[in-house]
Design a protein around this ligand. Structure first.
Ligand code: PMP
Length: 424
């Protein structure tokens, strides 16, 4: 079967996509091309509407094409697209972030999650005067060199590049440990604690499906960082404003020294941010020596969209409703799997969920995720797509709900899952 839009795209765009997971390489087949999206639905070039659980990979927490967001962008656009000089709306955004996110006292706006994490680790290195970075296998923090690193042969030895083009000399400075395994972190700090600048962690992992932290994991990371004078970075690009208004740090009660944000903070525009304790943040240029800059940073359209999205997530009961619909969906999927006799586990936090085709439970580690039945996931994904349900096209990505998903949407999704699970 040929897909004319994809065929044409592949003539000019590398692989036909501008970000690899869109190519359906994890599930096979060819991607949907989207024409428009409204509320919980995306409208594809095949003429069908799909209930969308990707939500642009997170930003669309209030549903697609929210009039408040679109109108805010239109109003901003009518005043000019970019000035490269300060605007009041940037202060409005920064004030809002400081008010909502518990640990943030000062903010720097950037243009993507990748930039936010890249800057955060440079800042942590500059602040501590140390070079090593600790991260976790299965966590994703964007595609900057120091973070595209996997564990070397011994977990506590040198990191290895995850991609050609990442210099081994740089990768060596990144230690990749096991998520939810505090002992490996303690051991790493016992060996190299005075060289470690920071730990960067997804406080709920959403890039190896959906893996919440086990009790004590996040607090343990904080304690270790404080003991050794290292900086704790929560990468809340996915979880920020989603799990609770103040993100995973409000949800878990553990506050990091630096937080990185993306996705929802731009309401669908290319925006990222980092923020944290004033004392650390003021090491950034122009106040401090750690260099960072951006031609389009704090762009007025991005700020307008993000602020409109902040208003939406700040509505009373927003996250309680999101949590309730996540629970309803997950309970429905679980029952559907049981009825079909398919071994399936589900992890969930407010607004995020993941299904795992395995008998193993609970799912807390990357090794467990990797051991799931990935072929069954592919059949599930394509079966659901056929039924009009658009799930993340990878067994290693979390699903996202928005406030636009109605009870009827969830009932339709569960009905579709009943049909599909009986066939796979
Ligand atoms: N951190 C996390 C936790 C992410 O999920 C992502 C993107 N999925 C990034 C960083 C990178 O963000 P971006 O794609 O905006 O560069």
């Amino acid at each position: 079967m040929t897909h004319p839009l994809f065929d044409e795209a592949r003539k000019y765009i590398v692989g036909g996509v501008n970000s690899p997971v869109r190519a359906f390489s994890g599930v096979g087949g060819e991607p949907l091309f989207v024409e428009s999206a409204q509320g919980s639905r995306i409208h594809a070039s095949d003429g069908r509407a799909y209930i969308d659980y990707v939500g642009s990979w997170g930003p669309m927490i209030g549903g697609h094409s929210r009039p408040e967001v679109i109108e805010a962008v239109q109003r901003a656009a009518s005043r000019g697209l970019s000035f490269g000089a300060p605007t009041e709306v940037e202060t409005d955004m920064a004030r809002r972030i400081c008010e909502i996110v518990p640990s943030i006292e000062r903010v720097r706006m950037v243009n993507s999650g990748t930039e936010a994490t890249m800057t955060a680790i440079r800042l942590a290195r500059g602040y501590t005067g140390r070079d090593r970075v600790v991260k976790f296998e299965g966590n994703y923090h964007g595609h900057s060199d120091s973070l595209l690193v996997k564990a070397g042969s011994g977990a506590l030895t040198l990191g290895e590049p995850n991609s050609p083009g990442v210099p081994a000399a740089l990768a060596e400075l990144t230690m990749t440990l096991n998520y939810n395994d505090l002992d490996s972190v303690r051991q790493a700090f016992e060996e190299k604690g005075d060289e470690i600048a920071c730990i960067i962690v997804e406080p709920v992992a959403g890039n190896m499906n959906c893996i919440p932290p086990v009790p004590g994991f996040l607090q343990g990371l904080k304690d270790i960082c404080e003991e050794y004078g290292a900086v704790l970075i929560f990468d809340e690009v996915m979880t920020g404003f989603r799990l609770a208004p103040g993100g995973a740090q409000e949800w878990s009660g553990v506050t990091p020294h630096i937080t990185t944000l993306g996705k929802i903070v731009g309401g669908g525009m290319p925006v990222g941010a980092l923020g944290g304790q004033r004392e650390i943040m003021e090491h950034l240029s122009p106040m401090g020596p750690v260099y960072q800059a951006g031609t389009l940073s704090g762009n007025p359209l991005g700020m307008a969209a993000g602020l409109a999205m902040m208003d939406i997530i700040s509505e009373a009961g927003f996250h309680q409703r999101l949590e309730a619909s996540t629970r309803k969906l997950c309970e429905g999927l679980k029952e559907a799997a049981e009825a079909a006799g398919v071994p399936m586990q589900i992890n969930q936090v407010p607004g995020m969920f993941g299904v795992f085709f395995t008998e193993d439970s609970p799912i807390e580690t990357f090794a467990q995720v990797s051991a799931c039945d990935l072929d069954r996931f592919k059949r599930f994904f394509h079966g659901m797509l056929e039924q009009g349900i658009y799930l993340a096209p990878s067994a290693f990505e979390a699903g996202f709900l928005s406030s636009a998903h109605t009870d009827e949407d969830i009932d339709s999704t569960v009905d579709a899952a009943r049909t599909v699970l009986a066939e796979i």
